[in-house]
Design a protein around this ligand. Sequence first.
Ligand code: ATP
Length: 202
Amino acid sequence: MSQGLVVGLTGGIGSGKTAAADEFARHGATVVDTDAIAHQLTRPGGAALNAIREQFGPEFLDAAGAMDRTRMRALAFADAAARKKLEALLHPLIRAESERQIEAASGSYVILVVPLLVESPGYRERVSRVLVVDCPEAVQLERVQSRSGLAAEAVHAIIRSQAPRAARIAAADDVIDNSGSLAALHKQVAELHQRYLKQARS
Ligand code: ATP
């Protein structure tokens, strides 16, 4: 399977990556989600916790022994060097676990979900194709706010920290337009699935 088709799925915050990935999984693809892996690594007992304790101090772990996400987010937002240190610690672990899951994949092909794929040369080299889930920023904002109640300015700050929409589209081999209904999203996934199946077999 390691030589098989690996489609990198990306998109801005709230663009619909998870909704699309879930649908690919329903069709029989194996989904490897780097965000989910990052969460597992920093949960109680996760493989990143010892390094986090050593490099940031025990105050960055919560009572349950997980990384204190709120505290770490605040630090990473305020201190670029700390953010780099955290990334340097987590990225190799995330990458190694992604590779392990790709090797173990039993689906017809792999959907590798990487929110910052366009910004990450290492992942771009790893994937066979780049699939971008796209929608206007106003739609991203509305969906993220109705999901999380985050303030508009906070969502804008995240959007600004990510690659611009045009840069993502320019890097894409395939694009899902997720400005419409979930049914419209599902239809596009079904069409791409047929193409990916053919590519995986050839
Ligand atoms: P994040 O970057 O925050 O991880 P994401 O790109 O994975 O987000 P989703 O979680 O799939 O995005 O979608 C964001 C929200 O919008 C979710 O609540 C989801 O149910 C909803 N959503 C996604 N696509 C549509 C759609 N076409 N119509 C209506 N709601 C949608």
